[in-house]
Design a protein around this ligand. Structure first.
Ligand code: DI6
Ligand code: FE
Length: 412
């Protein structure tokens, strides 16, 4: 048998394959491919024949060691700031009103179209590294601030660069159906159909095999149900997975439609009804809750958490990081919001940003728990108590991160 490459000893291991049960005095080893090869007690690890001089041994000093966190919904690539618009909202103007006046998403579209690729990469890499400092090892990134072929592709290139230039794994989503750009606005049916035909559909076909999924913002200020269905049909012909922004500001029944297309996830869901919940349960569509947007937009309608639980829909939590509705950098803070604002238990918030987030990206064979065979993606926390990950507001307890067996943030 091979020598172990990295070995963490004396950890309070939280593997998350059995709820919040921890293993005291735990140890975990990686092989040279960055996979977990052994989990057990520290005394057994140090006596093991594979533990040799070449093994890099890290003393966990009794601290919590968890799977790296997974942020399964972000808009991490963009240019510009929307602080002004936020100040308008503080003065009483609504998010929808700002969007209708040509601000909102379209203001970020203007900045992102003008930005060069290297500028987009620099800012996205900076943000991604901040996510990493909070224990995140995998992040989903969406396009959607280009809304023309050239800029959507530029955004996807920037997201790919994040994977190359940081330690994070990136899951790529094409969200060309995020808004209708101004150059199509005057057309019939508010220009949506023409925009889909001329920009979104060609992009979907072009992205076959080059992105992981296709997403749609199904909402009164974006695409209606019928248009959303057309996008799903295109995604299907390109063999691309589907996800949706649904039921955030109103109930258009987008989640139910997405479930009919076996969507990986339906996200936001504040206005989701029981019919939609049932459809998601049947399809195995993950509910991705985004409390950062709920908080920042001062929403009052909470997602139907009790119905999701009763019907056994897996619940994931993500930051929805974006400049307009959720400029949040910390997934642990988002977990606190999920528990405080949506009533999720500590266990639900932790599983929501690991196990179920992995499922939302259909990466659950590889990441999300500490189990032999999975990637050695771990976060070390300055506490032995799982509840602290959710309880402390704005603190950063993360004091070490390893990605595929290599420490990218050294434990201190
Ligand atoms: N829902 C969101 O929360 C983001 N996009 C979406 O469809 C917000 C995007 C923005 O306001 O820039
Ligand atoms: Fe979003």
């Amino acid at each position: 048998m091979n020598t172990w490459k990295t070995l963490i000893t004396d950890a309070e291991l939280l593997p998350l394959d059995r709820g919040l049960a921890t293993m005291h005095d735990g140890a975990i080893a990686s092989d040279e491919h960055g996979r977990i090869v052994w989990i057990g007690k520290t005394t057994d690890a140090v006596a093991h024949e594979n533990c040799r001089e070449s093994t890099r041994q890290i003393d966990g000093r009794g601290r919590l060691v968890t799977p790296g966190l997974i942020d399964c919904h972000t808009h991490l690539v963009y240019a510009g700031s929307r602080a002004n618009e936020w100040q308008q909202r503080l003065a009483g103007v609504s998010y929808e009103e700002i969007a209708r006046q040509g601000g909102g998403i379209l203001s970020t579209v203007n900045s992102t179209r003008s930005a060069g690729l290297s500028e987009l990469i620099t800012s996205a890499v900076q943000r991604a590294n901040q996510f990493l400092e909070f224990g995140v090892t995998t992040v989903e990134i969406k396009s959607g601030y280009g809304l023309n072929i050239e800029t959507e592709l530029k955004m996807l290139d920037a997201a790919r660069a994040v994977e190359k230039e940081t330690a994070l794994d990136v899951s790529l989503t094409l969200l060309a159906a995020h808004a209708i750009p101004p150059e199509f606005k005057d057309g019939a049916n508010s220009g949506a159909k023409q925009y889909l035909d001329e920009v979104v559909f060609p992009l979907i076909q072009h992205c076959q095999g080059k992105v992981d999924a296709v997403d749609v913002f199904c909402e009164s200020i974006a695409f209606n149900l019928e248009q959303t269905k057309l996008v799903f049909e295109q995604a299907k012909t390109a063999s691309l997975a589907i996800k949706i922004h649904a039921e955030q500001l109103s109930n258009l029944r987008g989640a139910r439609l997405a479930a009919e297309y076996n969507a990986w996830s339906a996200d936001h869901l504040e206005y989701l009804d029981e019919d939609g919940v049932k459809a998601m349960a049947q399809a195995g569509t993950v509910a991705v809750l985004l409390p950062g947007a709920f908080y920042f937009l001062n929403e009052t309608q909470r997602p139907p958490v009790e119905l999701l639980r009763n019907h056994g829909v897996p619940i994931a939590i993500a930051t929805d990081h974006n400049p307009g509705s959720s400029p949040v950098f910390s997934l642990p803070l988002t977990m606190n919001m999920a528990s405080t604002l949506f009533g999720l238990t500590v266990e639900e918030s932790i599983l929501g940003s690991t196990v179920h987030a992995a499922r939302a990206l259909r990466r659950d064979d590889d990441i999300g728990t500490l189990e032999v065979g999975k990637q050695f993606d771990v976060a070390v926390w300055n506490t032995a108590e799982p509840a602290d990950l959710v309880y402390r507001i704005g603190d950063n307890l993360c004091c070490g991160v390893a990605k595929t067996g290599e420490f990218v943030i050294e434990t201190t």
